[in-house]
Design a protein around this ligand. Sequence first.
Ligand SMILES: [Zn+2]
Length: 301
Amino acid sequence: MSYEREIVAIIKLRVDIQEILQRLEDNAAGDIGELADALIERVRALVRSGAIKGREVELLHLIDSLVFQGSEASTQILIRNVDAVLDLSVRLGVTAASLFKVPPDRIATLVRNFDSTFRIDLRTEGYTRWLEMMPETTLKPLSDFRRLMADGMARGLPTNKIAEAFVNGADLEIREDGSTVITDLPPIRQKIDPYLRARRVVRTEYARIDNTASIAFSESYGATHFRNFGTGDERQSLECQIASKSEPRTLASWASWVVDGLEIGIAPRHVANCRCLMIGVPPDYRDTISVDQIRKAGGIE
Ligand SMILES: [Zn+2]
C-alpha cells in the first residue's frame, strides 16, 4: 500500500517540530547556563574577598545551598517546556494516525486520554530524571569544588590553595600521595561549559520525552510497528542512518537489533544530539517516496 501523501505530511511536520524544539532547547539551555555561571560567580566572589579563611565549613554549606537552588531553578525552567514538547509529539501522532485511517472522533478521544492519563506519567518520569541529572551535569564545577574542598579539609591540605585554583579557573587534582596538581583551564571554556552541559541535558531529555510520547500515542491507536524518521544530513550518526533506512519493526525488534556489532536500538540513541523520531506505521509500510520528494519536504538538509 502507498502512503506517499501521508509520509510527506509527516516529514514536513517533523521538520517544523524540529525547529520549534530547537528554539525551546536554546532558550532552556541558555537560561540554565546563565544560572550556573551566576552561581559559580557567587562562590568566586566569596573566595576572592578572602573571607573564607577559617570559615571553610560555612563555605561548604553555601555551596550545598547554591547547588540546591540551581537545580531547583533549572528544573523549573525545564518543567515549563515539557508540556510544549508533549504537545508537539501529539500533533505529529495525530498526523501519523492518518496512515491507519483512524476516525477523527476516535483521535479526539485519544488526545483527551493522552492529556489525562499517560501524559502525567511521561511528565513525572521526565522531572525525576532531570532532578537527578541537573546538579550532576550543569552544576558540576560547583560540585567538584565542594568535593575538593571537603577532601582537602579532611586531609589537612591548604584549603586556600584549593580555593585560589578554583577562582583562577584552573582544574585542581589531589593525588594519592596527598599532593595537589593544578592544571590550567582556558577561561573561555569556563564560560561556555555550563551552557553546553545544559544543552546536552535539555536535548537528551527532550528527545527522550518526544520519542516516548510518540511511541505511546502511536500505540494508543493500535500501532505495533515503528519506523525511524531521522534527519538525513552529514551530522547523522551511522546508527541513525541505518535505522532511518530500515523497514518497520516492532519495539522488541528495534531494541535487540545489532548490525555488525553496532547496537541500533530505539531513538534517541546513545549518540550526541540524536534527532530521530520513532513513529508508528502500518506493518506493510514501505518507502514509496523518492529521495527528491523527501528533500522537498525538508527531510534531508
Ligand atoms: Zn538519531
